[in-house]
Design a protein around this ligand. Structure first.
Ligand code: CA2
Length: 144
């Protein structure tokens, strides 16, 4: 069975505890469960992870290049700043990467309008809350 890494960046461990008006009430564990369910329906094993550390995310992207068929990533605020994550995704090409954001980053502050991940992603889903992860897994499955 193919494995897809679902990688989550900084502060996403706080979901459901704060800022529910922007990010909703579901905790990251609930999103992980939804991803595993979606994976089952698609015949994909989901390896769901979260880190607040840029280098850890880079290491996981490299690991995915060896072990996974693709990646769904919500790199959180690092999406807007991280050349290291951009380079890591380039380094594992042609492993497909789908970018997800819970919120519509284009309807928010200008500093969220640019993503370092988007130019190296096969596609981007934002603004649909946790559903975006399931949609990204479905979309990625068509590329595997
Ligand atoms: O919309 C998204 O999924 C984001 O990637 C979430 C990031 C944000 O920096 C991006 O611009 C868009 C933030 C992660 C969640 O941060 C929280 C902070 C406090 C309470 C709950 C979540």
């Amino acid at each position: 069975m193919k494995t897809v890494f679902v990688l989550n960046g900084p502060n996403l461990n706080m979901l459901g505890k704060r800022e529910q008006g922007i990010y909703g009430s579901k905790a990251l564990d609930g999103i992980a469960e939804e991803c595993r369910e979606a994976g089952k329906a698609l015949g994909i094993e989901v390896d769901f992870r979260q880190s607040n550390h840029e280098g850890v995310l880079v290491d996981w992207i490299h690991e995915a290049g060896d072990k996974a068929a693709g990646i769904v990533i919500n790199a959180g605020a690092y999406s807007h700043t991280s050349i290291a994550i951009h380079d890591a995704i380039r380094a594992i090409a042609p492993t497909p990467v789908a970018e997800v954001h819970l919120s519509n980053i284009y309807a928010r502050e200008a500093f969220r309008h640019h993503s370092m991940v988007s130019p190296v992603a096969v596609g981007v889903i934002c603004g649909f809350g946790p559903l975006g992860y399931t949609l990204a897994l479905q979309a990625l499955a068509t590329k595997l």
